[in-house]
Design a protein around this ligand. Structure first.
Ligand code: DOR
Ligand code: ZN
Length: 342
C-alpha cells in the first residue's frame, strides 16, 4: 500500500460561513488543515478589525474539543474602507489580508467595490504596511462573456493595478485560465491559489449527462486547455502557486434550484482531491510544497511542523454530509477516489 507522509497543509482560501453552518463544516477543515485564510463574505461582511475579532472568536468556539486549528482572518474591502482600517488590521496581527470582491460578482458580494480605482488610497496603505490583497479576479460587466471574465479582469484592472502599486503583494485567488498563469509568472509580488475543482475538471463536467449544479462555482470552470495549464502550474514546483480550496458550502436545496448558488464544497476531502490531481500529472512529489510550504512562505508565517499521511486506498465520496436546512453535497459526490487521509 502506497503512503505519502507530508507536512500538515493549510488552506489559503476557505469559506466557513457562520452559526450552525460554521459548526457543521469546520470539523472537516480541522481534520485536513492546520490553518486557513477565512473569507469575509458573511451577511453582513467582515469589514473591520472588530468584526474580525468577533468572527474569529466564533470560529475558535466551534473547533472540536481537543483539536488544533488557527483561523487567519481577512477584511472585506468596500468603497468605504479607509487607510486607517488598514493600519488597524496590520496592527491587529491576526488580520492577514484584505479581500476584494467586485460588487455583484458572486455570493454575498453586494457590499463589494463598485470601481477598483476608488480604493487607491487603501491600496497605497496596504502597500505601505505590507498587507496582502486577495483578488476575486473577475469583471462584472454583463456584456463580457462569463468564460472571459477573468482574462478581461487581468487586462483591464489587474495590469493597471500592478503598475500603480508594483510592491503591493497580491494573491489572484482561485485562478482558472492559462492567461492567469502567464500573468502570475511574468509579474513580481503576485501569487495565486488553485482549487481542486479547477485542477480536476473542465467545463464539460457542468453538462455531462445533464446540468450538474454541484460543479458550479465562480469563477466558472473553463475549457480543458486551461485546466491543463493550471495543473502544470500547480505541479511545477513554482512557489507562486499554492493551495486554496475555495470550499464554499451551500445547502443542497440552494444548489439544486432554478437559480442555484455558486460554490463547491471540498473541505471534506480536499487533500484527497489534490492528491488525485497531482497523481494524474505523475507529480505527487510536488504536493507537499504546494500544500504546505509555499502558502506560509508567501504569508511570511512559519511552516507547520506536524505531519499527515495520505494512504492509497479507494473509497467512495458520500452523496451528502449533514448541514443546515438541507444536506451538503461534496464535490464529486458518489465517485471513487484513490487516496485517503488518516
Ligand atoms: O463559487 C463561489 N462561491 N465563488 C465565490 O467567489 C464565492 C463563493 C461562496 O461564498 O459561496
Ligand atoms: Zn472564495
Amino acid at each position: 500500500m502506497q503512503k505519502l507522509t507530508i507536512t500538515r497543509p493549510d488552506d489559503w482560501h476557505l469559506h466557513l460561513r457562520d452559526g450552525a453552518a460554521l459548526k457543521a463544516v469546520l470539523p472537516h477543515t480541522v481534520r485536513q488543515f492546520a490553518r486557513a485564510i477565512i473569507m469575509p463574505n458573511l451577511k453582513p461582511p467582515v469589514r473591520t478589525v472588530a468584526d474580525a475579532v468577533a468572527y474569529r472568536d466564533r470560529i475558535i468556539a466551534a473547533i472540536p474539543a481537543g483539536q488544533q486549528f488557527e483561523p487567519l482572518m481577512t477584511l472585506y474591502l468596500t468603497d468605504n474602507t479607509s487607510p486607517e482600517d488598514i493600519v488597524a488590521a496590520k496592527e491587529s496581527q491576526f488580520v492577514k489580508a484584505v479581500k476584494y470582491y467586485p460588487a455583484g460578482a458572486t455570493t454575498n458580494s453586494d457590499f463589494g467595490v463598485t470601481d477598483i480605482r476608488k480604493c487607491d488610497r487603501v491600496f497605497a496603505a496596504m502597500q505601505q504596511v505590507d498587507l496582502p490583497l486577495l483578488l476575486h479576479g473577475e469583471v462584472t460587466d454583463q456584456a463580457v462573456d462569463v468564460f472571459d471574465r477573468e482574462q478581461v479582469f487581468i487586462e483591464q484592472q489587474l495590469i493597471p493595478l500592478k503598475q500603480r502599486f508594483p510592491k503591493l503583494r497580491v494573491v489572484l485567488e482561485h485562478i482558472t485560465t492559462s492567461d492567469a498563469v502567464e500573468f502570475v509568472l511574468a509579474t513580481d509580488n503576485i501569487a495565486a491559489t488553485i482549487t481542486p475543482q479547477h485542477l480536476l475538471f473542465s467545463r464539460n463536467i457542468l453538462f455531462k449527462g445533464g446540468i450538474r449544479p454541484h460543479f458550479y462555482c465562480l469563477p466558472i470552470l473553463k475549457r480543458e486547455t486551461h485546466r491543463r495549464a493550471l495543473l502544470q502550474a500547480a505541479t511545477s514546483g513554482n512557489p507562486k502557486f499554492f493551495l486554496g480550496t475555495d470550499s464554499a458550502p451551500h445547502p443542497r436545496d440552494r444548489k439544486e434550484s432554478d437559480c442555484g448558488c455558486a460554490g463547491c464544497f471540498s473541505a471534506l476531502h480536499a487533500m484527497e482531491l489534490y492528491a488525485e490531481a497531482f497523481e494524474s500529472a505523475d507529480a505527487l512529489d510536488k504536493l507537499e510544497a504546494f500544500a504546505s510550504f509555499y502558502g506560509p512562505d508567501f504569508y511570511q508565517l512559519p511552516r507547520n511542523t506536524e505531519q499527515i499521511t495520505l494512504t492509497q486506498k479507494t473509497w467512495r465520496i458520500p452523496d451528502e454530509v449533514p448541514f443546515v436546512e438541507s444536506g451538503l453535497v461534496p464535490l464529486w459526490a458518489g465517485e471513487e477516489i484513490a487516496w485517503q487521509i488518516s
